[in-house]
Design a protein around this ligand. Sequence first.
Ligand code: C2E
Ligand code: CA
Ligand code: CA
Length: 798
Amino acid sequence: MKQAYFKLIKYLDAGLVLGSDTEIAGRIRLQQIRTIVDTTPTTLLCMLICAGITFVLLWAQSVNWFLIPWMTVIWLISAVGLYNYRKRLGGTDDLARANKKTVSKKSHFKVFKAATSIACIWATLPIVVYPVVETSHQPVIIAVTAGILGGGALVFYAIPRAMFAWLSIITAGAIGGLLLEGSSVSYGILILLFTYSAAMFFSGFTIARIYARAQLSHVEITEQSDTIGILLREFSENASDWLWEFSSNGTVIRGGKRFEEALNTPFGSVRADLGNGPNTGLSVILNQRSLEPLRRALEQKKSFRDIVIQSKGPGESCWVSMSGKPVLNSSGELIGFRGVASNITQRKLDEERIAFLAHNDALTGLVNRTHFSQALEKKFADARKTETWSVFYLDLDGFKSVNDHNGHGTGDTLLSGVASRLKNLVAETDIVARLGGDEFAILCSSADTVQSASSLAEEMVEELSKPYECDGKLLEIGVSIGIALGPEDGSDVYSLLNNADLALYRAKAEGKGTYRLYEVEMDEIAKQRRSLENDLRQALRNDELSVQYQPLVSSIDGKPTGFEALARWHHPERGAVSPSDFIPVAERMGIIPEIGEWVLMEACRAAANWPEGLTVAVNLSPQQFQSNKIVSVVVKALKESGLTPSRLELEITEGLFMENTEEVMYVLRELKAMGIQIAMDDFGTGYSSLSYIMKFPFDKLKIDRTFINSVDEDDVARNVLEVIANLGDVLNLKVTAEGVETLEQVEMLQKMNCTHYQGYYFGEPLNERDLSAYLLKDFKSELPIPADNIQNMGQTAS
Ligand code: C2E
Ligand code: CA
Ligand code: CA
């Protein structure tokens, strides 16, 4: 019987997930118990009243021996129940306060037991009293029993087993009473009661299922929102975006900490301050201008997107982008705002940097070429009729060498140093730009006359030429400046800049380290230069170039030991153009490698026809070393001409060592290893030749003709010449004196350690045909002091 009963209970719980030990079952059980506990006061009060009325109505029926204890028990139960309920200040809250989320199966069983015991007490009423009272009083019992049956079912519906116990026990009691009474009406009532009870049970059971299912979805929803809550919290704490919430009066309810972090300012009692409020919260830390759009958006109570707020204060600015919408309650009143915010400080900084770089030079912070042109354009547009201003074009002298010798890092430091000195020299309103490399430009409104511009330029040359301390080294550098005055020297940006550039060109051409103001003639000169450039481009193709050969003679006997190949350009209209004029132009145009290669081929081809022992010297420009092709070009020239490498002499100038010294040394060694002789040309005109002489084993020094020129009247020049000649002797180098024109010079030179002479005295540059005739000459009496007489002077001519 007992087993069958529990089986039944199990069946009742099935589908209600109540039997399991899962957490969800626990939660649903709790809800079920709550429905019962919630009705406790009413239920108990009803019981109290019902029992009391029953007692009064049946007072005269001489069953008081039963009614008195019966009622006492019920009243006691009710009183204790109510007392407990009151003491705990409401059962529901009790559960809530205990912070219970689930209850075990045991608590269901407790309810079941309570239902069973109370039902048993009520069931005794029909059994004991119904058969013995007068027929007139029987309806009282029927009414009370039916009411208790229904009421209990309603109370316990959430827990079917309790409801089942209640219904079955009370019905059983009623059936017992009716059977004992035994009248035919009683049988009818019995059937009615049974029917009620079954109907109540089935509908109660159905409601219980619906209730359990509703609870189940409630639990699931709660669980989901818990999960969402966790995810959101995590999102708010970690992601670069966060959720925020303001109340309608501007109090920051959520996300305040993130605002503080993102805006890098603590703002204590956090308020968004939507207007008239005191200066608290966001308005304290926000830049007033950036707060305005947010304030407006909040005032309008509309959704907004990507409003950017910016922190104020002395530190670095921070930016936050906010999107949000108003939150309304069910009656449509505004209760606050809610949305997402993201820290866009890094993005803003990047944008600012990009914008800065679009107009400025990253290294020096000066404006760049684009911005400078724009500023000049604006100057032209805005300037009053009588207003004048100046444009300075600056080019550093010798920067390349500093860069190559000290590395780019030091070069950069030097450029920054130049930039800051320039800024200090001009007025705040003047615009200093770095146009690129070592070129600078200044738009100078403060120097608006020839006099003021000149004195500023003088100051610049002086100031920029002072030593710079870069990375622990003291470096010096020069500057050349070209100046044009606006608007008289140029009516638009292009022509003004162009003319300043022409003036700079002139300053450079006239010895560097100085300034020049634009003059109208410069235009003419520039035009001529451009036309010369155009013509030179055509010269090779038009066969206008040729090579002449100037003899180099031995200082012992005056006999030629070789010839220097010198390029010649015969222009159809200009006539003969000096290499001193066109070689620098070709170098600037970058076409010297082409011309040089042609001269080399031509010279080797010619020399191959000369008598054995005669050398040919070919001049090489620094640019010819830049492409790294020089070795293969030389090899090709030797191979095609069949000239022995030892008969080729390559003349280089120290300008070659200004850049990439190591690489140049490497190439020179390679050439020397092939047997080619290397000569240092124009020796004595530079300032560091000596150090290069020590670094590379040259075969020959060619003393510049300026020394020989002044040897007659200048003692210093004579001494220098003598020292250089001796140096060659010490280092075992051949020494050629260039530009020997007179007999006196030869006599003077014969007392020194030169091994070779070159100059008009011995022979002018000759074309190939004249050269053959020259070689047939008798060289016996070429030198004033006969070879025999000077042999004892210790010379080592070869
Ligand atoms: P450089 O290498 O110093 O050549 C010697 C220059 O002095 C030649 O001038 C020559 O004609 C001149 N000269 C020779 N003897 C005397 C003299 O007694 N008195 C005077 N006043 N001058 C004399 P040129 O031919 O006008 O060449 C000038 C410069 O052009 C050369 O100077 C050389 O640096 C350059 N050059 C000439 N041909 C070439 C070439 O094929 N390639 C390269 N890269 N440079 C060349
Ligand atoms: Ca030369
Ligand atoms: Ca020379």
